[in-house]
Write a protein that binds this ligand. Structure first.
Ligand code: CA
Length: 422
């Protein structure tokens, strides 16, 4: 039988048991605490891992974007490449057509020069038939012809294009003039016995003279065409002597006044001279060279604008080097009221459309449409296109101009260059 009152040993055992259980509980609590901190750590790690994942996803998206962009760039690059190829092909085509044009141009130039030679031959034959006459560098048409056309190289004018004729004149007028010139040429050439040089329209005095100063000194005070014999070369030529302007005695070496003569000429033509002695003409570089060998000459440039204002530029010395130095210009000191637009050209070689001696990458004569002592390119060009009315519209600066007097885009009405011994 059990008694309801516990004995002492049982109480002690129970107490012990209770204590043991309390200790276990504490232990379990500690364990629990520990595991709780672990769980927090795991949660933090998990969170971090999530973050990393989203960052990787972001980077991946960025990478994808860049890959796509690069593809686009490659496409663009290809497009540019093909464009470049197209442009290159076009450039090649252009250059080949340019070469073709150049060939045609060379062929034309050689045709012109062979025609010139043919004409020279004809002239020689004519002169041979009348050997009693002096051999002339320039020939004159028969006396019966009008003075307007007495001249030595109308043929050259006809042969080259009309680029330098008065561009403002109506086309039919220009054509009519060409026809007139051609008929004149025919009549000049056909009766050979009539062709050689016959007297002078302006003076009956004998001559020949050294230059126009010599003419004046001999008492001939009328301006006009005179026969000159250049001492240094024993060569005959005709020139216009200006005896009224600036004390007279001036040998006119160049003149523009109405656009009737084309100055877009070849080297050979600038060398030999062309135009009409009592109109527009170029005396010729070879004549100029020999002329200025005779003595010390000065140069006077006369200019007139479309309002009738006249100015001049004088250079106290003037001569040319020989052809093997491209008729290089040698000028002295300037004085005058036109402004100095030629000293910049001092010591420069002469350039024509078929002989480029200027310091510009291209040929200045091509752009300015006339031969001149170009630099890169010009402050003056009195051999350009004679435009009517002054200010002209052109792609290039190709008028008859003197930059210091009205600038480069004003084409002067009347100009002349003349020389006289000092
Ligand atoms: Ca050049």
């Amino acid at each position: 039988m059990h008694s309801p009152i516990p004995n002492q040993s049982e109480v002690a055992a129970l107490k012990l048991e209770l204590k043991r259980q309390q200790e276990q509980l504490e232990k379990l609590q500690r364990q629990l605490e520990h595991e709780g901190s672990l769980a927090t750590e795991v949660r933090a790690l998990h969170k971090e891992s999530n973050n990393m994942n989203s960052r990787i996803a972001h980077l991946y998206a960025q990478l994808l974007h860049e890959v796509i962009h690069k593809k686009d760039l490659a496409v663009e690059h290809q497009r540019f490449e093909s464009l470049l190829l197209n442009v290159t092909a076009q450039a090649l085509q252009m250059s080949s057509s340019y070469r073709e044009l150049e060939k045609k141009y060379v062929a034309l130039t050689s045709r012109i020069s062979s025609q010139n030679q043919f004409i020279a031959k004809l002239e020689k034959q004519c002169q041979c038939r009348d050997s009693s006459q002096p051999s002339l560098v320039m020939t004159e048409p028969p006396k019966s012809q009008s003075n307007d056309h007495l001249n030595y190289s109308i043929k050259a004018t006809i042969m080259t294009n009309d680029v330098q004729r008065d561009q403002s004149a109506p086309l039919h007028q220009r054509q009519a003039k060409t026809v007139e010139d051609q008929s004149l040429l025919t009549s000049t050439i056909s009766p050979p016995t009539e062709l050689p040089f016959v007297g002078f329209p302006v003076t009956n005095s004998p001559g020949p003279w050294r230059d126009c100063q010599h003419v004046l000194d001999s008492g001939e005070t009328t301006s006009g065409i005179y026969l000159l014999r250049l001492q240094s070369a024993n060569r005959l030529l005709q020139a216009w002597c200006e005896q009224s302007q600036a004390q007279g005695g001036w040998t006119v070496i160049q003149r523009r006044q109405d656009g009737s003569v084309n100055f877009f000429m070849t080297w050979e033509q600038y060398k030999q001279g062309f135009g009409n002695l009592n109109g527009e003409y170029w005396l010729g570089l070879e004549h100029l060279y020999w002329l200025t060998q005779q003595a010390k000459y000065k140069l006077r440039v006369f200019l007139e604008d479309w309002q009738g204002r006249q100015v001049f530029a004088e250079y106290d010395s003037f001569h040319l080097e020989p052809e093997n130095d491209w008729y290089r210009l040698r000028l002295g000191q300037y004085h005058g009221n036109a402004g100095d637009s030629l000293s910049w050209h001092n010591n420069k070689a002469f350039t024509t459309l078929d002989r480029d001696k200027d310091s510009y990458a291209g040929n200045c004569a091509h752009f300015q449409k006339g031969g001149w002592w170009y630099h890169m390119c010009a402050h003056s060009n009195l051999n350009g296109v004679w435009y009517r009315g002054g200010h002209y519209r052109s792609r290039y600066q190709d008028g008859v101009y003197w930059a210091e007097f009205h600038g480069g885009s004003y084409s002067l009405k009347r100009v002349s260059m003349m020389i006289k011994p000092t």
